[in-house]
Unconditional design. Structure first.
Length: 223
């Protein structure tokens, strides 16, 4: 009788231990399932207005070249999930309304932009942008005989709400070594595309991250 009772208790204990192990395993699997399905935080997309780049002291560039640079920046950022990018133009509706209301004068709507922080901040706020980018073409050199053109660009990214400087960029680029053309406008366009590619790579790099090389998809014409 005692042996039968002992066996009964042994069976009960084994059943209880087995049930506990099964429950523990199920809970672990369930929690693991929940963890695996946890979604990453969505990328916050911010509106970014890009102003035409100033020519600085450079005189041997087409008048609209700064607009071409800004247009290329916008084009290269178009597929970036972090930015909703648009190009500044004084014909944009909010700017036109401000001119009609006499809250903006003609000089307040046109370049140069990079050297007038108060002006660009006001324009960015009128456009309800969250960020804005201003830049300057610091250097430009071309040698058609050597089939070489070089361009240096600098740019600043600002918070449009506070006017705080978020990032400063400086890049230099030249035509590829394999360039065959000797036409100045083509050399200039190639150097521009290479410089803008570097600029966008630095702009989109995370803090502490080295800017990865990007393929040039510049579409603006420097002619």
């Amino acid at each position: 009788m005692k042996m039968g009772t002992s066996r009964l208790w042994t069976c009960i204990i084994l059943i209880l231990v087995g049930s506990a192990l099964v429950a523990s395993s199920a809970n672990a699997g369930l929690f693991g399932l929940f963890r695996s399905k946890k979604k990453s935080a969505p990328v916050v997309r911010q509106s970014l207005v890009v102003f035409p780049f100033d020519h600085g002291s450079i005189t041997n560039l087409p008048e609209s070249f700064g607009e071409y640079v800004a247009s290329d920046v916008r084009s290269m950022l178009a597929s970036n999930p972090r930015y909703a990018v648009f190009l500044y133009r004084d014909k944009l509706a909010p700017i036109q309304r401000a001119k009609v209301d006499n809250t903006l004068k003609a000089p307040d709507c046109t370049g140069p932009f990079a050297e007038d922080k108060a002006k660009t901040l006001r324009l960015a706020q009128l456009l309800a942008a969250e960020l804005y980018l201003v830049g300057t073409i610091d250097e430009y050199r071309v040698d058609p005989a050597a089939k070489v053109a070089e361009i240096t660009l600098s740019a600043d990214l600002y918070d449009a709400k506070t006017g705080k400087l978020l990032k400063t960029l400086l890049v230099k680029a030249s035509t590829p070594e394999s360039t065959n053309t000797s036409h100045e406008d083509e050399l200039r366009d190639l150097a521009k595309g290479a410089a803008v590619t570097k600029l966008v790579a630095e702009l989109t790099a995370e803090p502490g991250e080295t800017a990865a090389p990007a393929s040039s998809t510049a579409t603006g014409s420097g002619k």
